[in-house]
Design a protein around this ligand. Structure first.
Ligand code: HEM
Length: 543
């Protein structure tokens, strides 16, 4: 009662919207709007990059998108910790040694070994894996076109499930060293269990908001008893934890054997992880159990995020025929000028429009648009834009702030057209570029999509290379020859032929109102159609 009603909040003077409910505060508006950002973006316009909202039972929380504030919070992991709710979910899902769970020195030691496993040299060996998967998805779409699985008279088909199968296979083969065979429709037990987990995490309701609010006040003993209740959701979680533990321990043991006998291992991240761990100094190494808990961490963190990013990429490609043509022209030119005929990763990385398109997709559709942190002690947050408090005072830092949500970036960094999809902003000179680089927050292109600081997304390079190759292939190649090197003639003929033959379009709103896509957020940013079902209806057409 004291905490809720009597203690004066240090955030009382930070401006923000009025609370819409005593029970939920503003959280239903922030977390459950019909279309993602409806309230958040207008609050951002009114109050700037740091404002206060009400949480359950009139508690105060901060929403942060100011780059200086984000950077300060994300780089100080001693002060800014994950919330209890997040920790309980990770423990239920994976365990207390997962990279998301651990803090401080333990996190630093584990990240050091994991960073070596995600080094550029490891990721640059993955394109053959990604190309193989892109070829399989193209085969599946061709089958779908022939067998006529159409959603309505517009001819659109739902390519969302196949994009998620593709990223499960990509994370399986590229990161875990495990073959799910999702695209071949022969799902493994772990694959099926993972799908159940993603389906669970995709459901958000006012009830979940309430549970999240109450959890920190329940005694740990009572909570751990409650979590053992045989509810359907807890059963799914428990089964997944046991299954992923068994599979991961086996994967680690087999890679350890490969490293021990010095045999050439597969070039996946798990192999690199085991190798990096074996050559770490004693005291800096991870135990077998620690390594085994990182495998499901990669699956959970890597699959849904990349699946949704690719879905948004195709959505944006399909929304703009001119953009498709521009990228297509760039690819054709690269094919023609590639000496030796092998389109290398360097060439792909040098494609101006393709890269600008991907950056803009990541900017406007961040896979994980928000997360929360709690201050474990009094703290001061700097802001790049001053805040005018409710008493008219101008302040450049906010102190003792208990609950920030760092979400997307704002107009200060991107300009007044921040909410529009404009890949050209990455190509043409802009007066906002200075603000952007001054923010210097994320690991890639100053984007906050992968966050920054000590807990920056470890898989950002993996996601970037996977997305580049996938977009390139989805856009232009329905078939990619199987060998890992390609002759220029083969590619030229292939691309020229395919570019002439296929394009993507969205079903028109007039004839297909049910199939129009909006942004929805549970944990990830998901495309959903009118019924609320996660879907990506696209017309794949022969020109
Ligand atoms: C476009 C795709 C992706 C996006 C948008 C994304 C975004 C993020 C974000 C925002 C975080 C920080 C979350 C927080 O601290 O609250 C994060 C952490 C993480 N990501 Fe990613 N991610 C992507 C792909 C991947 C992939 C492909 C992998 C692995 C194969 C991966 C592995 C991880 C891991 C292990 C962490 C936890 C790092 C730590 O706590 O030290 N992510 N990701």
């Amino acid at each position: 009662i004291h905490r809720f009603f009597l203690k004066r909040s240090p955030l009382a003077h930070i401006p923000g919207p009025p609370s819409s409910s005593f029970i939920y505060g503003n959280l239903t508006q922030l977390l459950l709007p019909h279309t993602y950002g409806t309230f958040e973006f207008s609050w951002q316009t009114t109050f700037g990059g740091l404002y206060r909202i009400k949480g359950p039972f009139s508690s105060d929380r901060l929403v942060i998108s100011d780059p200086a504030a984000l950077k300060a919070v994300m780089s100080d992991t001693q002060t800014w910790r994950r919330s209890d709710q997040q920790q309980y979910s990770v423990d239920m899902l994976i365990g207390k040694k997962a990279v998301f769970y651990i803090e401080g020195e333990e996190h630093k030691r584990v990240r050091n070994v994991m960073n070596a496993a995600f080094a550029p040299v490891v990721i640059r060996g993955l394109p053959p894996v990604f190309k193989g998967i892109a070829e399989k998805i193209a085969n599946r779409w061709e089958d779908m076109l022939v067998s006529g699985v159409k959603l309505d008279a517009s001819g659109a088909m739902d390519i969302y499930p196949s994009l998620h199968d593709a990223t499960l296979d990509a994370v399986g083969e590229g990161a875990m060293g495990y073959e799910f065979h999702s695209l071949e429709n022969s799902d493994s037990e772990l694959g099926a269990s993972h799908r159940n987990i993603i389906a669970l995490s995709g459901v958000r309701s006012p009830f979940h908001i309430l549970v999240d609010a109450i959890v920190p006040y329940i005694s740990p003993t009572l909570l751990s008893l409650a979590l053992k209740l045989p509810t359907p959701a807890f059963k799914v979680l428990q089964k997944n934890k046991e299954l992923s533990k068994a599979v991961s321990s086996e994967l680690i043991a087999s890679q350890q054997e490969i490293v021990r006998i010095g045999a050439e291992g597969r070039r996946d991240v798990t192999y690199a992880l085991v190798k990096a761990n074996a050559s770490s100094k004693s005291g800096h190494q991870m135990s077998d159990e620690e390594m085994a808990q990182q495998i499901p961490s990669l699956m959970i963190a890597g699959q849904d995020t990349t699946g949704n990013t690719l879905s948004w990429a195709i959505y944006r490609l399909a929304s703009s025929p001119e953009l498709q043509e521009k990228i297509r022209a760039e690819v054709l030119e690269a094919c023609e000028s590639s000496p030796g005929g092998d389109i290398s990763l360097n060439t792909i990385e040098g494609m101006v429009w393709l890269n600008a398109f991907l950056k803009e997709t990541l900017r406007l559709h961040p896979g994980l648009p928000m997360s929360d942190r709690i201050a474990s002690t009094d703290a001061v947050i700097p802001v790049s834009q001053p805040i005018i408090t409710s008493t008219g005072e101008k302040i450049t830092e906010a102190s003792r702030l208990p609950y920030p949500f760092p979400p997307t970036q704002l107009a200060y960094v991107w300009g007044p057209d921040a909410h529009e999809f404009k890949p050209e902003r990455w190509i043409e000179p802009s007066k906002w570029a200075g603000n952007r680089s001054a923010s210097n927050f994320g690991p890639y292109a100053n984007l906050s999509t992968f966050f920054g600081g000590a807990r920056v997304c470890i898989g950002w390079r993996f996601a970037y290379v996977l997305s580049l190759i996938a977009i390139l292939l989805f856009s232009f190649a329905w078939r990619w020859p199987t060998p890992s090197t390609y002759s220029v003639t083969e590619l030229q003929i292939l691309f020229t032929e395919l570019v002439r033959r296929f394009k993507f379009a969205l079903p028109p709103p007039e004839t297909s109102p049910e199939l129009q896509v909006r942004m929805s957020v549970a944990v990830n940013m998901i495309p959903v159609i009118k019924s609320g079902k996660p879907s990506l209806p696209v017309i794949v057409e022969a020109i």
